[in-house]
Write a protein that binds this ligand. Structure first.
Ligand code: ATP
Length: 461
Protein backbone atom coordinates (compact mmCIF):
# COMPACT_ATOMS: atom_id res chain seq x y z
CA UNK A 1 0.00 0.00 0.00
CA UNK A 2 1.58 3.23 -1.08
CA UNK A 3 0.68 6.87 -0.73
CA UNK A 4 2.72 8.02 -3.74
CA UNK A 5 0.41 10.88 -4.56
CA UNK A 6 1.44 13.59 -6.99
CA UNK A 7 -0.53 16.68 -7.84
CA UNK A 8 -1.00 15.46 -11.44
CA UNK A 9 -2.45 12.13 -10.30
CA UNK A 10 -4.79 13.89 -7.90
CA UNK A 11 -5.98 16.49 -10.43
CA UNK A 12 -6.72 13.73 -12.91
CA UNK A 13 -8.56 11.54 -10.38
CA UNK A 14 -10.59 14.56 -9.24
CA UNK A 15 -11.61 15.40 -12.80
CA UNK A 16 -12.49 11.83 -13.80
CA UNK A 17 -14.41 11.01 -10.66
CA UNK A 18 -16.47 14.20 -10.31
CA UNK A 19 -14.55 15.62 -7.36
CA UNK A 20 -13.12 18.89 -8.73
CA UNK A 21 -13.20 20.41 -12.23
CA UNK A 22 -11.30 23.34 -13.69
CA UNK A 23 -13.38 26.54 -13.37
CA UNK A 24 -15.10 27.67 -16.63
CA UNK A 25 -13.39 24.77 -18.38
CA UNK A 26 -15.27 24.95 -21.70
CA UNK A 27 -13.96 28.52 -22.13
CA UNK A 28 -10.37 27.46 -21.57
CA UNK A 29 -10.63 27.83 -17.81
CA UNK A 30 -9.92 30.77 -15.54
CA UNK A 31 -6.67 30.82 -13.61
CA UNK A 32 -6.82 29.74 -9.97
CA UNK A 33 -10.53 28.88 -9.95
CA UNK A 34 -11.99 25.41 -9.51
CA UNK A 35 -15.52 23.98 -9.38
CA UNK A 36 -16.49 21.20 -7.00
CA UNK A 37 -18.35 18.34 -8.68
CA UNK A 38 -21.02 16.03 -7.22
CA UNK A 39 -18.49 13.97 -5.25
CA UNK A 40 -16.28 16.89 -4.22
CA UNK A 41 -19.11 18.98 -2.82
CA UNK A 42 -20.08 16.09 -0.52
CA UNK A 43 -16.53 15.70 0.79
CA UNK A 44 -16.15 19.44 1.34
CA UNK A 45 -19.53 19.71 3.07
CA UNK A 46 -18.57 16.81 5.35
CA UNK A 47 -15.30 18.55 6.25
CA UNK A 48 -17.17 21.76 7.05
CA UNK A 49 -19.76 19.87 9.08
CA UNK A 50 -17.02 18.13 11.09
CA UNK A 51 -15.33 21.49 11.72
CA UNK A 52 -18.58 23.12 12.87
CA UNK A 53 -19.24 20.20 15.22
CA UNK A 54 -15.81 20.50 16.79
CA UNK A 55 -15.56 24.30 16.95
CA UNK A 56 -19.18 25.28 17.62
CA UNK A 57 -21.37 22.39 18.69
CA UNK A 58 -18.90 20.71 21.04
CA UNK A 59 -17.18 23.90 22.23
CA UNK A 60 -18.34 25.68 25.34
CA UNK A 61 -19.33 29.31 24.77
CA UNK A 62 -18.86 29.19 21.05
CA UNK A 63 -21.33 30.83 18.68
CA UNK A 64 -21.64 30.59 14.93
CA UNK A 65 -22.46 33.44 12.55
CA UNK A 66 -22.77 33.96 8.81
CA UNK A 67 -21.77 37.55 8.02
CA UNK A 68 -22.16 39.37 4.70
CA UNK A 69 -19.31 39.15 2.19
CA UNK A 70 -19.68 42.83 1.31
CA UNK A 71 -18.92 45.09 4.25
CA UNK A 72 -18.75 48.82 4.87
CA UNK A 73 -15.42 49.97 3.40
CA UNK A 74 -14.44 51.48 6.72
CA UNK A 75 -14.03 47.92 8.02
CA UNK A 76 -11.04 47.50 5.68
CA UNK A 77 -9.59 50.85 6.69
CA UNK A 78 -9.80 49.83 10.34
CA UNK A 79 -8.31 46.39 9.69
CA UNK A 80 -5.44 47.91 7.71
CA UNK A 81 -6.23 45.96 4.52
CA UNK A 82 -6.87 49.04 2.37
CA UNK A 83 -3.37 50.32 2.90
CA UNK A 84 -1.25 47.27 3.47
CA UNK A 85 -2.79 44.08 2.09
CA UNK A 86 -0.51 43.60 -0.89
CA UNK A 87 2.22 41.30 -2.21
CA UNK A 88 5.61 42.28 -3.63
CA UNK A 89 5.28 41.36 -7.29
CA UNK A 90 7.81 41.22 -10.11
CA UNK A 91 7.06 40.61 -13.76
CA UNK A 92 9.31 38.53 -15.96
CA UNK A 93 10.13 40.82 -18.89
CA UNK A 94 10.81 37.83 -21.13
CA UNK A 95 7.69 35.66 -20.79
CA UNK A 96 5.44 38.29 -19.14
CA UNK A 97 4.52 36.08 -16.19
CA UNK A 98 4.00 37.58 -12.74
CA UNK A 99 5.69 36.34 -9.56
CA UNK A 100 5.91 37.10 -5.87
CA UNK A 101 9.44 38.21 -4.99
CA UNK A 102 9.27 36.51 -1.59
CA UNK A 103 8.28 33.20 -3.22
CA UNK A 104 11.11 33.42 -5.75
CA UNK A 105 13.58 33.81 -2.89
CA UNK A 106 12.00 31.11 -0.71
CA UNK A 107 11.99 28.55 -3.52
CA UNK A 108 15.56 29.40 -4.51
CA UNK A 109 16.79 29.04 -0.91
CA UNK A 110 14.92 25.75 -0.43
CA UNK A 111 16.44 24.36 -3.65
CA UNK A 112 19.97 25.46 -2.80
CA UNK A 113 19.69 24.63 0.90
CA UNK A 114 20.42 28.24 1.94
CA UNK A 115 19.26 28.79 5.49
CA UNK A 116 18.34 31.85 7.52
CA UNK A 117 17.09 33.94 4.61
CA UNK A 118 13.67 35.26 5.62
CA UNK A 119 11.98 37.32 2.86
CA UNK A 120 9.28 38.43 5.34
CA UNK A 121 11.97 40.39 7.14
CA UNK A 122 13.45 41.96 4.00
CA UNK A 123 12.61 45.31 2.42
CA UNK A 124 11.71 45.42 -1.27
CA UNK A 125 15.19 46.75 -2.04
CA UNK A 126 16.82 43.89 -0.13
CA UNK A 127 14.69 41.33 -2.00
CA UNK A 128 15.59 42.90 -5.37
CA UNK A 129 19.29 42.86 -4.45
CA UNK A 130 19.10 39.20 -3.37
CA UNK A 131 17.38 38.18 -6.63
CA UNK A 132 20.00 40.11 -8.62
CA UNK A 133 22.98 38.82 -6.65
CA UNK A 134 21.87 35.17 -6.96
CA UNK A 135 20.66 35.61 -10.53
CA UNK A 136 17.37 33.94 -9.61
CA UNK A 137 15.52 32.88 -12.76
CA UNK A 138 11.89 32.95 -13.78
CA UNK A 139 10.35 29.56 -12.89
CA UNK A 140 8.37 29.62 -16.16
CA UNK A 141 10.94 30.55 -18.85
CA UNK A 142 14.20 30.14 -16.94
CA UNK A 143 15.50 33.67 -17.82
CA UNK A 144 16.68 36.26 -15.34
CA UNK A 145 15.10 39.55 -16.39
CA UNK A 146 12.61 40.95 -13.90
CA UNK A 147 10.97 44.35 -13.44
CA UNK A 148 11.54 46.10 -10.10
CA UNK A 149 9.16 45.10 -7.28
CA UNK A 150 5.77 46.76 -7.15
CA UNK A 151 3.24 46.22 -4.38
CA UNK A 152 0.22 44.39 -5.82
CA UNK A 153 -3.12 44.90 -4.06
CA UNK A 154 -4.78 41.63 -3.08
CA UNK A 155 -8.30 42.90 -2.44
CA UNK A 156 -10.85 42.65 -5.26
CA UNK A 157 -12.55 45.98 -5.74
CA UNK A 158 -15.96 46.66 -7.14
CA UNK A 159 -18.29 49.61 -6.96
CA UNK A 160 -21.74 50.29 -5.69
CA UNK A 161 -23.98 53.21 -6.49
CA UNK A 162 -27.45 54.23 -7.49
CA UNK A 163 -26.29 56.27 -10.45
CA UNK A 164 -23.17 55.88 -12.55
CA UNK A 165 -21.48 59.05 -11.27
CA UNK A 166 -22.34 58.35 -7.66
CA UNK A 167 -20.39 55.21 -6.84
CA UNK A 168 -18.51 53.96 -3.82
CA UNK A 169 -15.64 51.54 -3.92
CA UNK A 170 -16.41 48.38 -2.03
CA UNK A 171 -14.40 45.19 -1.60
CA UNK A 172 -14.95 41.46 -1.67
CA UNK A 173 -13.80 40.41 1.79
CA UNK A 174 -10.25 38.99 1.77
CA UNK A 175 -10.87 37.18 5.08
CA UNK A 176 -13.91 36.23 7.11
CA UNK A 177 -12.42 37.38 10.44
CA UNK A 178 -13.71 40.95 10.26
CA UNK A 179 -17.29 39.59 10.26
CA UNK A 180 -16.60 38.10 13.68
CA UNK A 181 -14.96 41.27 15.00
CA UNK A 182 -17.70 43.69 13.90
CA UNK A 183 -20.32 41.38 15.45
CA UNK A 184 -18.49 41.01 18.76
CA UNK A 185 -20.99 43.18 20.66
CA UNK A 186 -24.06 41.81 18.86
CA UNK A 187 -23.17 38.24 19.74
CA UNK A 188 -22.05 39.07 23.27
CA UNK A 189 -25.31 40.90 24.09
CA UNK A 190 -27.82 38.74 22.24
CA UNK A 191 -26.36 35.47 23.53
CA UNK A 192 -25.53 36.89 27.00
CA UNK A 193 -22.01 35.60 26.39
CA UNK A 194 -19.35 35.92 29.04
CA UNK A 195 -15.66 36.29 28.20
CA UNK A 196 -14.02 33.92 27.34
CA UNK A 197 -16.26 33.09 24.39
CA UNK A 198 -15.78 32.40 20.72
CA UNK A 199 -17.37 33.39 17.41
CA UNK A 200 -17.03 31.01 14.48
CA UNK A 201 -17.79 31.39 10.83
CA UNK A 202 -17.41 29.47 7.58
CA UNK A 203 -17.56 31.64 4.48
CA UNK A 204 -16.08 32.72 1.20
CA UNK A 205 -13.08 35.01 0.96
CA UNK A 206 -11.44 36.47 -2.14
CA UNK A 207 -7.84 37.41 -2.89
CA UNK A 208 -6.35 38.56 -6.15
CA UNK A 209 -3.49 36.07 -5.82
CA UNK A 210 -0.80 36.45 -8.44
CA UNK A 211 1.13 33.23 -8.04
CA UNK A 212 0.17 29.92 -9.65
CA UNK A 213 -2.01 27.91 -7.40
CA UNK A 214 -0.96 24.25 -7.02
CA UNK A 215 -4.49 23.04 -7.71
CA UNK A 216 -6.85 24.18 -4.90
CA UNK A 217 -3.98 25.16 -2.56
CA UNK A 218 -4.10 28.81 -3.58
CA UNK A 219 -7.18 30.12 -5.34
CA UNK A 220 -8.65 33.58 -5.81
CA UNK A 221 -11.97 32.53 -4.28
CA UNK A 222 -11.91 30.18 -1.32
CA UNK A 223 -13.67 29.31 1.90
CA UNK A 224 -12.28 29.98 5.33
CA UNK A 225 -13.26 28.35 8.61
CA UNK A 226 -12.38 30.74 11.39
CA UNK A 227 -12.84 30.89 15.12
CA UNK A 228 -12.04 33.99 17.17
CA UNK A 229 -11.72 33.45 20.89
CA UNK A 230 -12.28 36.61 22.95
CA UNK A 231 -10.48 36.45 26.28
CA UNK A 232 -8.90 38.46 29.08
CA UNK A 233 -5.38 39.70 28.39
CA UNK A 234 -3.90 37.54 31.14
CA UNK A 235 -5.39 34.38 29.56
CA UNK A 236 -4.14 34.96 26.03
CA UNK A 237 -1.15 32.62 26.17
CA UNK A 238 -3.19 29.84 27.78
CA UNK A 239 -5.80 30.00 24.99
CA UNK A 240 -3.15 30.36 22.29
CA UNK A 241 -1.62 27.04 23.42
CA UNK A 242 -5.06 25.48 23.79
CA UNK A 243 -6.04 26.40 20.22
CA UNK A 244 -2.76 25.11 18.84
CA UNK A 245 -3.62 21.75 20.39
CA UNK A 246 -7.25 21.91 19.29
CA UNK A 247 -6.20 22.66 15.72
CA UNK A 248 -3.80 19.69 15.74
CA UNK A 249 -6.41 17.36 17.25
CA UNK A 250 -8.96 18.33 14.61
CA UNK A 251 -6.56 17.45 11.79
CA UNK A 252 -5.82 14.13 13.50
CA UNK A 253 -9.53 13.48 13.84
CA UNK A 254 -9.89 13.87 10.08
CA UNK A 255 -7.39 11.03 9.75
CA UNK A 256 -4.44 13.16 8.62
CA UNK A 257 -1.09 11.46 9.16
CA UNK A 258 0.71 13.31 11.99
CA UNK A 259 4.07 12.70 10.30
CA UNK A 260 2.90 15.03 7.56
CA UNK A 261 2.07 17.85 9.97
CA UNK A 262 4.32 20.29 11.81
CA UNK A 263 4.08 23.57 13.66
CA UNK A 264 5.97 26.52 12.26
CA UNK A 265 6.32 29.70 14.29
CA UNK A 266 6.12 32.90 12.24
CA UNK A 267 9.55 34.40 11.57
CA UNK A 268 8.18 37.90 11.64
CA UNK A 269 5.18 38.88 13.72
CA UNK A 270 2.68 41.41 12.40
CA UNK A 271 2.91 44.62 14.41
CA UNK A 272 -0.23 43.79 16.40
CA UNK A 273 0.46 40.08 16.98
CA UNK A 274 1.99 38.75 20.17
CA UNK A 275 2.41 35.19 18.93
CA UNK A 276 1.65 33.41 15.69
CA UNK A 277 2.24 30.02 14.13
CA UNK A 278 1.09 27.88 11.25
CA UNK A 279 0.41 24.20 11.03
CA UNK A 280 2.06 23.06 7.83
CA UNK A 281 1.21 19.97 5.82
CA UNK A 282 3.69 18.15 3.64
CA UNK A 283 1.85 18.61 0.33
CA UNK A 284 3.25 17.09 -2.89
CA UNK A 285 4.99 20.45 -3.56
CA UNK A 286 6.51 20.53 -0.04
CA UNK A 287 5.73 21.82 3.45
CA UNK A 288 3.20 24.64 3.23
CA UNK A 289 0.76 26.46 5.48
CA UNK A 290 -2.51 24.72 6.15
CA UNK A 291 -3.75 26.42 9.29
CA UNK A 292 -2.92 29.64 11.16
CA UNK A 293 -3.19 30.34 14.90
CA UNK A 294 -2.55 33.91 16.04
CA UNK A 295 -2.64 35.91 19.24
CA UNK A 296 -3.97 39.19 17.78
CA UNK A 297 -4.05 41.06 21.11
CA UNK A 298 -6.86 43.62 21.35
CA UNK A 299 -5.76 45.26 18.10
CA UNK A 300 -8.83 44.45 15.98
CA UNK A 301 -11.48 45.48 18.49
CA UNK A 302 -9.49 48.62 19.41
CA UNK A 303 -9.23 49.61 15.76
CA UNK A 304 -12.96 49.08 15.22
CA UNK A 305 -13.64 51.18 18.31
CA UNK A 306 -11.43 53.93 16.88
CA UNK A 307 -12.89 53.85 13.35
CA UNK A 308 -16.56 53.30 14.21
CA UNK A 309 -16.69 55.45 17.32
CA UNK A 310 -18.53 52.61 19.12
CA UNK A 311 -17.19 51.38 22.42
CA UNK A 312 -15.89 47.81 22.30
CA UNK A 313 -15.47 47.64 26.06
CA UNK A 314 -16.65 44.52 27.79
CA UNK A 315 -17.73 44.72 31.40
CA UNK A 316 -17.00 41.70 33.56
CA UNK A 317 -20.30 40.99 35.37
CA UNK A 318 -18.52 39.71 38.49
CA UNK A 319 -15.60 42.10 38.97
CA UNK A 320 -17.14 45.07 37.07
CA UNK A 321 -13.79 45.43 35.35
CA UNK A 322 -13.99 47.06 31.87
CA UNK A 323 -11.63 46.07 29.10
CA UNK A 324 -11.30 45.37 25.38
CA UNK A 325 -10.79 41.60 25.06
CA UNK A 326 -7.79 39.93 23.46
CA UNK A 327 -8.35 37.66 20.47
CA UNK A 328 -6.87 34.25 19.75
CA UNK A 329 -7.58 33.53 16.11
CA UNK A 330 -7.79 30.13 14.50
CA UNK A 331 -8.08 30.12 10.71
CA UNK A 332 -8.03 27.38 8.10
CA UNK A 333 -9.00 27.25 4.44
CA UNK A 334 -11.70 24.66 3.74
CA UNK A 335 -10.30 24.11 0.24
CA UNK A 336 -6.71 23.84 1.41
CA UNK A 337 -7.84 21.37 4.04
CA UNK A 338 -9.73 19.44 1.37
CA UNK A 339 -6.46 19.22 -0.59
CA UNK A 340 -4.61 17.91 2.47
CA UNK A 341 -7.39 15.39 3.14
CA UNK A 342 -7.30 14.16 -0.48
CA UNK A 343 -3.47 13.94 -0.56
CA UNK A 344 -3.55 12.04 2.71
CA UNK A 345 -6.28 9.65 1.55
CA UNK A 346 -4.85 8.80 -1.88
CA UNK A 347 -3.34 5.31 -2.00
CA UNK A 348 -2.20 2.98 -4.73
CA UNK A 349 -2.35 -0.73 -3.96
CA UNK A 350 -1.19 -3.82 -5.73
CA UNK A 351 -3.82 -6.55 -5.52
CA UNK A 352 -3.37 -10.13 -6.69
CA UNK A 353 -4.54 -9.58 -10.24
CA UNK A 354 -4.69 -5.83 -10.61
CA UNK A 355 -3.85 -2.48 -9.07
CA UNK A 356 -6.29 -0.16 -7.41
CA UNK A 357 -6.42 3.50 -6.42
CA UNK A 358 -8.30 3.97 -3.19
CA UNK A 359 -9.24 7.12 -1.29
CA UNK A 360 -8.94 6.11 2.35
CA UNK A 361 -11.18 8.86 3.64
CA UNK A 362 -12.45 8.66 7.20
CA UNK A 363 -16.01 7.30 6.78
CA UNK A 364 -17.61 10.51 8.12
CA UNK A 365 -15.80 12.50 5.40
CA UNK A 366 -16.59 10.06 2.57
CA UNK A 367 -19.01 11.40 -0.07
CA UNK A 368 -21.15 8.26 -0.02
CA UNK A 369 -21.30 6.20 3.16
CA UNK A 370 -22.24 3.12 1.16
CA UNK A 371 -23.17 1.91 -2.29
CA UNK A 372 -25.71 -0.71 -3.25
CA UNK A 373 -24.62 -3.09 -6.02
CA UNK A 374 -26.96 -5.74 -7.48
CA UNK A 375 -24.80 -8.76 -8.28
CA UNK A 376 -26.75 -9.35 -11.48
CA UNK A 377 -28.73 -6.54 -13.03
CA UNK A 378 -31.48 -8.85 -14.30
CA UNK A 379 -32.19 -10.73 -11.08
CA UNK A 380 -31.22 -8.39 -8.28
CA UNK A 381 -31.73 -4.79 -9.34
CA UNK A 382 -35.34 -4.50 -8.13
CA UNK A 383 -34.42 -5.50 -4.56
CA UNK A 384 -31.23 -3.43 -4.72
CA UNK A 385 -33.12 -0.29 -5.81
CA UNK A 386 -35.56 -0.78 -2.96
CA UNK A 387 -32.69 -1.00 -0.47
CA UNK A 388 -30.98 2.02 -2.01
CA UNK A 389 -34.14 4.09 -1.70
CA UNK A 390 -34.52 3.13 1.94
CA UNK A 391 -30.87 3.82 2.88
CA UNK A 392 -30.88 7.18 1.06
CA UNK A 393 -33.26 8.50 3.71
CA UNK A 394 -30.45 8.17 6.25
CA UNK A 395 -27.19 8.93 4.41
CA UNK A 396 -25.71 9.55 0.96
CA UNK A 397 -25.85 6.18 -0.73
CA UNK A 398 -24.73 5.35 -4.27
CA UNK A 399 -26.26 2.81 -6.63
CA UNK A 400 -24.40 1.13 -9.48
CA UNK A 401 -25.54 -1.74 -11.68
CA UNK A 402 -23.25 -1.29 -14.69
CA UNK A 403 -20.18 -3.41 -15.38
CA UNK A 404 -18.64 -6.30 -13.48
CA UNK A 405 -18.71 -6.25 -9.69
CA UNK A 406 -14.91 -5.83 -9.68
CA UNK A 407 -15.12 -2.71 -11.86
CA UNK A 408 -17.84 -1.29 -9.64
CA UNK A 409 -15.69 -1.87 -6.53
CA UNK A 410 -12.79 -0.02 -8.21
CA UNK A 411 -15.00 2.98 -9.04
CA UNK A 412 -16.27 3.17 -5.46
CA UNK A 413 -12.73 2.75 -4.07
CA UNK A 414 -11.59 5.74 -6.11
CA UNK A 415 -14.19 8.01 -4.52
CA UNK A 416 -13.65 6.56 -1.06
CA UNK A 417 -17.01 4.82 -0.47
CA UNK A 418 -16.29 2.91 2.76
CA UNK A 419 -18.95 0.18 2.42
CA UNK A 420 -20.18 -1.71 -0.65
CA UNK A 421 -23.42 -3.63 -0.16
CA UNK A 422 -24.01 -6.47 -2.60
CA UNK A 423 -27.52 -7.73 -3.23
CA UNK A 424 -27.56 -11.33 -4.54
CA UNK A 425 -29.62 -14.54 -4.37
CA UNK A 426 -29.00 -14.75 -0.61
CA UNK A 427 -30.81 -11.43 -0.27
CA UNK A 428 -33.85 -12.72 -2.11
CA UNK A 429 -33.87 -16.09 -0.35
CA UNK A 430 -32.55 -15.36 3.15
CA UNK A 431 -32.80 -11.57 3.57
CA UNK A 432 -29.04 -11.00 3.95
CA UNK A 433 -26.52 -8.83 2.06
CA UNK A 434 -22.73 -8.85 1.99
CA UNK A 435 -21.00 -5.65 3.09
CA UNK A 436 -17.46 -5.15 1.83
CA UNK A 437 -15.06 -2.93 3.73
CA UNK A 438 -13.15 -0.56 1.39
CA UNK A 439 -9.83 -0.79 3.24
CA UNK A 440 -9.61 -4.44 4.32
CA UNK A 441 -11.79 -5.69 1.42
CA UNK A 442 -13.23 -8.21 3.91
CA UNK A 443 -16.93 -9.03 3.62
CA UNK A 444 -19.54 -9.33 6.38
CA UNK A 445 -22.91 -10.95 5.99
CA UNK A 446 -25.55 -8.61 7.43
CA UNK A 447 -29.32 -8.97 7.76
CA UNK A 448 -31.31 -6.50 5.67
CA UNK A 449 -32.98 -5.02 8.74
CA UNK A 450 -29.57 -4.36 10.36
CA UNK A 451 -27.74 -2.85 7.41
CA UNK A 452 -28.72 0.79 8.07
CA UNK A 453 -27.38 0.71 11.64
CA UNK A 454 -24.34 -1.31 10.57
CA UNK A 455 -23.33 1.54 8.24
CA UNK A 456 -24.42 4.44 10.46
CA UNK A 457 -22.56 3.14 13.52
CA UNK A 458 -19.34 2.97 11.49
CA UNK A 459 -19.69 6.50 10.06
CA UNK A 460 -20.17 8.38 13.33
CA UNK A 461 -17.69 10.96 14.52
P1 ATP B 1 -0.44 32.23 2.53
O1 ATP B 1 0.82 32.60 3.27
O2 ATP B 1 -0.47 30.81 2.05
O3 ATP B 1 -0.82 33.22 1.46
P2 ATP B 1 -1.88 33.55 4.58
O4 ATP B 1 -0.88 33.53 5.69
O5 ATP B 1 -2.08 34.78 3.81
O6 ATP B 1 -1.62 32.31 3.58
P3 ATP B 1 -4.18 33.68 6.23
O7 ATP B 1 -4.48 35.06 5.87
O8 ATP B 1 -3.63 33.41 7.60
O9 ATP B 1 -3.25 33.01 5.13
O10 ATP B 1 -5.48 32.79 5.96
C1 ATP B 1 -5.86 31.71 6.79
C2 ATP B 1 -6.00 30.44 6.01
O11 ATP B 1 -6.81 30.62 4.84
C3 ATP B 1 -4.68 29.87 5.49
O12 ATP B 1 -4.04 29.12 6.48
C4 ATP B 1 -5.15 29.01 4.33
O13 ATP B 1 -5.57 27.73 4.79
C5 ATP B 1 -6.34 29.76 3.80
N1 ATP B 1 -5.99 30.56 2.62
C6 ATP B 1 -5.39 31.78 2.60
N2 ATP B 1 -5.24 32.22 1.34
C7 ATP B 1 -5.77 31.26 0.54
C8 ATP B 1 -5.93 31.11 -0.87
N3 ATP B 1 -5.54 32.07 -1.71
N4 ATP B 1 -6.49 29.99 -1.36
C9 ATP B 1 -6.92 29.00 -0.52
N5 ATP B 1 -6.80 29.09 0.82
C10 ATP B 1 -6.23 30.18 1.35
Amino acid sequence: MENNVTMDKLVSLCKNRGIIFQGSEIYGGMGNTWDYGPIGVEIKNNIKRAWWKKFVQESDNSFGIDAAILMNSKVWEASGHTTSFSDPKMDCKECKTRHRADNLIENYCAKHKIENVIPDKMSNKEMEDFIEEHKICCPVCGKHNFTPIRQFKLMFETSRGVTEDNTDTIYLRPETAQGEFVNFLNVQRSMRAKVPFGIAQIGKAFRNEITPGNFIFRTIEFEQMEHQLFCKECDDEKFYQEYKQKAWDFLKMLGIDENKLRFKDHDKLAHYAKNACDIQYNFPMGWSELNGIHNRTNYDLSRHQEFSGKSMLYMDPITNEKYIPYVVEYSIGADRLMLAVLCNAYHEEKLENEDRVVLKLAPFIAPYKACVLPLMKKNHSEKAKELHKYLSKYFMCDYDESGSIGKRYRREDEIGTPYAITVDDETLNNGTVTVRDRDTMKQDVVKLEDVKDYILSRCEF
